[in-house]
Structure formats: structure tokens, C-alpha cells
Design a protein around this ligand. Structure first.
Ligand SMILES: NC(=O)c1ccc[n+]([C@@H]2O[C@H](COP(=O)([O-])OP(=O)(O)OC[C@H]3O[C@@H](n4cnc5c(N)ncnc54)[C@H](OP(=O)(O)O)[C@@H]3O)[C@@H](O)[C@H]2O)c1
Length: 216
């Protein structure tokens, strides 16, 4: 587990342990260093500055699987993948729905193969970085790579959507219900934060119909 001690990482580590896996964490030992006292911890430093990065603790090791949740710097995501590609059975990269081309983002029935943000362009750096990280990791890891694109675990939205599901004890939620919660949440924001293109009545109906179709 590259990282593993802040927000998403601990949930992944706990899940892996619960499934009976042995987990090794690789990080600097700065964020919540006391988490997971019984798991192996390797220390190092990830950096996009050549010569600054220290992945040496991962050398001479093999791992069945590596999980990387690095936010958005493609050089950094690629450098770890390059270092680990012959030392790993499978590689999971946690991307984001932000990776989709923003023009596609509001399209009803969007599929996983929809175009992604381009690296050079006007889009947000985070979004472009996620998309470019995906492309570079594909080139390095090929079939060894799995990408997940989570959405919406932000304060506020979490309250109306994921948190509600956790409280109800659900592992997954019907698409349609999540979509409704998301729309309700976005409508509750100040009007300057509305994504008008995405929230017209027509668009809302298209999105709900498409999601209903996918989950049926
Ligand atoms: N929230 C959302 O709605 C949402 C949606 C989609 C995708 N995502 C993605 O989910 C991921 C969440 O990441 P997270 O922060 O929860 O991951 P995490 O693995 O829980 O925490 C980040 C880890 O990185 C380590 N780290 C930080 N700087 C480092 C460095 N220079 N070298 C080595 N290790 C370093 C930290 O430990 P040390 O400080 O000890 O080094 C920490 O263990 C992100 O990729 C985000 O883009 C989030």
C-alpha cells in the first residue's frame, strides 16, 4: 500500500487485512504513524524531483499487489509504477471521476471508455493529472493495471450519500438513489456553485433514466 494512513488508505488497508492479506505500508511516517502497529512499514519519500525520490525500501521485494492512491502528479505516479512493475503481480490505481473529459462528464449514460481530460489543456490540474496518471500507468503496466474512479466522498455530499449508506449498513447503493442524493446535494449549494449544464430538468431525467437502465 503506497500511503495508507490518511483518508482512503486506512479503509483499503483494513479491508485487505479483513480479507486475510498481509499488508505492507510505504510512506514517510508523518501522517498517523501509529496506525496499523502490526503491519510492516517501509519508509521512503515520493517526489517528482529526480534524485529527491527514495523508493529504495521497496527494492529487493516482490508484492502480489500494489495500491497507489497518489492524487494527481503523473510523474510521481509513473515513477513508482516504473520502479515496481517487475516486482508486482497487479497494480491498482485510485483515480477519480474527475479524470473524464469535462464535456463528457455531464453526458447521460457515460461509460468507462468515455474520453478523458487531456494533459495539456484548460481543465483543472487535478482532473488533468488523474487522467494523465491513468495513461502513463497503462503504458508502463499494461494488463497488470486496474483503475478505479471513485466519486463524491467530500464533506457535505458524504453526509447525504455515502454516510447514509454506511448508517444503513449497505456495502453498495442503487445507482438511482445515489444519483438522487447527489442531485439534491448539488441543488442545496449556493447558486454560484451549481453546475448548470448538469442540472437542467432534462439532464436530470436523462441521468436517472440511464442509471436506472444500467442497474436493471
Ligand atoms: N475524496 C474524494 O471525493 C475522492 C474522489 C475520488 C478520488 N479520490 C482520491 O482518493 C485518494 C485519497 O488519498 P488519501 O489521502 O486518502 O490516501 P492515503 O493513502 O490514506 O494517505 C496519503 C498517504 O500518502 C503518504 N504520503 C504523503 N506524502 C508522501 C510522500 N512525499 N512520500 C511518500 N508517502 C507520502 C502519507 O503518509 P506520510 O505523510 O506519513 O508520508 C499517507 O499515508 C486520492 O488519490 C484522491 O485523489 C478522492
Amino acid at each position: 500500500m503506497l500511503g495508507g494512513t490518511s483518508f482512503l488508505g486506512p479503509a483499503l488497508v483494513e479491508g485487505a487485512i479483513a480479507e486475510g492479506h498481509t499488508v505492507t505500508l510505504f510512506n514517510r511516517g508523518v501522517t498517523n504513524p501509529d496506525l496499523f502497529p502490526h503491519q510492516e512499514k517501509l519508509r521512503g519519500f515520493r517526489s517528482s524531483t529526480p534524485g529527491d525520490e527514495d523508493l529504495s525500501a521497496l527494492a529487493r521485494r516482490r508484492f502480489d499487489a500494489v495500491v497507489d492512491v497518489w492524487p494527481n502528479d503523473p510523474a510521481l505516479a509513473a515513477s513508482a509504477a516504473e520502479f515496481l512493475k517487475n516486482r508486482v503481480g497487479h497494480y491498482l490505481y485510485v483515480s477519480s471521476i474527475a479524470a473524464y473529459d469535462s464535456k463528457e462528464f455531464g453526458r447521460a449514460g457515460i461509460e468507462e471508455t468515455a474520453p478523458l481530460e487531456s494533459w495539456i489543456g484548460p481543465g483543472r490540474k487535478y482532473n488533468r493529472g488523474k487522467a494523465e496518471s491513468e495513461r502513463r500507468l497503462h503504458a508502463i503496466l499494461g494488463d497488470k493495471l486496474t483503475i478505479v474512479r471513485p466519486a463524491g466522498a467530500m464533506p457535505g455530499l458524504l453526509e447525504v450519500s455515502s454516510e447514509k449508506a454506511f448508517r444503513a449498513g449497505w456495502q453498495t447503493r442503487p445507482f438511482q438513489e445515489t444519483a438522487l442524493d447527489c442531485l439534491t446535494y448539488f441543488r442545496s449549494l449556493h447558486e454560484t456553485l451549481h453546475w448548470d449544464d448538469y442540472l437542467s430538468a432534462d439532464k436530470e431525467k436523462q441521468v436517472l433514466d440511464a442509471w436506472a437502465h444500467r442497474s436493471s
